[in-house]
Design a protein around this ligand. Structure first.
Ligand code: NAD
Length: 249
């Protein structure tokens, strides 16, 4: 059986935090990546330690190549070789039509959501691929229901940055299957986290979530359940899946 060493990017709050906490309760040692909020990341590590788990906070911007490499090195040094990675870090920008979007805004969205996920997945591939000396493992990429809805009048840039994650998942799962590495994506629907406030719509999840077939927004914990299942042996034949966890939306 593989060691259970996991890195979660953007894990100081929201869905990433919920993934880190649930993973630790499921026996994973966890690298808790954060970009800025060291206090929040330390609090996640402390919560895990208090429950008898093992975790380490790892500073790094996923969109910066040197940070991504250093973060993986530090995680392996602290926990042992990684066998799972959840590429969760992501951002949105205030709602706008494409006609009103600056190049700077679009570049930032693609740098964090797309390039950041690509760099994270690349480092995972380099370290877990059996032909490169790794032991195999599993990658989960945080896409979005926006990838198939397009988010018109809101943030098409964000939706497209997540569409690229779906394509990455499909391609990389085929590349890494023979390497003993499974690659899957989760497409969350409207999940009640702080991300919506950064789009200028703090009430977006409760208001629009009510229009989903299940009649409510989802919670970060409900996304974590899917992510931790995907990295577990229970999902041993699942790869290349784009898993909607969106209340039917
Ligand atoms: P959140 O804003 O609460 O958390 C995102 C985390 O990513 C934060 O901790 C943030 O600091 C971190 N982050 C941002 N840029 C980073 C960078 N460059 N380097 C490292 N960390 C960085 O949002 P959330 O709702 O928990 O979102 C988590 C993921 O789920 C994102 O990829 C998001 O796009 C995706 N998602 C969320 C929803 C939703 O409704 N909340 C829906 C679909 C997809």
């Amino acid at each position: 059986m593989l060691a259970k060493n996991l890195l979660v990017t953007g894990a100081s709050r929201g869905i990433g935090r919920a993934c880190a906490l649930l993973a630790a309760r499921s026996g994973w040692s966890v690298g808790v990546n954060y970009r800025e909020d060291a206090k929040a990341a330390d609090a996640v590590v402390e919560t895990i330690a208090k429950d008898g788990g093992r975790a380490v906070a790892l500073k790094g911007d996923v969109a910066v190549e040197t940070d991504a490499v250093a973060m993986f090195d530090a995680a392996a040094k602290a926990l042992g070789p990684l066998t799972a990675v959840i590429a969760n870090a992501g951002i949105i920008a205030p709602t706008a039509k494409l006609a009103d979007m600056s190049a700077e805004r679009m570049r930032h969205i693609f740098e964090v959501n797309t390039l950041g996920a690509f760099l994270t997945a690349r480092e995972a591939a380099r370290r877990m691929s059996k032909s490169l000396g790794g032991a195999g493992g599993s990658i989960v990429l945080m896409s979005s229901a926006a990838a198939r809805l397009g988010s018109p009048n809101l943030y098409i840039d964000y939706a497209a940055s997540k569409g690229a994650i779906d394509t990455l998942t499909l391609g990389l799962s085929k590349e890494l299957g023979p390497e003993g590495v499974r690659v899957n994506a989760i497409r969350p629907g409207l999940i009640d986290t702080e991300i919506h406030a950064s789009g200028g719509e703090p009430d977006r999840a409760p208001v629009l979530g009510a229009t989903a077939p299940l009649g409510r927004p989802g919670s970060a914990e409900e996304i974590a359940e899917a992510a931790i299942w995907l990295i577990s042996d229970a999902a041993s034949y699942v790869t290349g899946a784009l898993l909607d966890v969106a209340g039917g939306r």
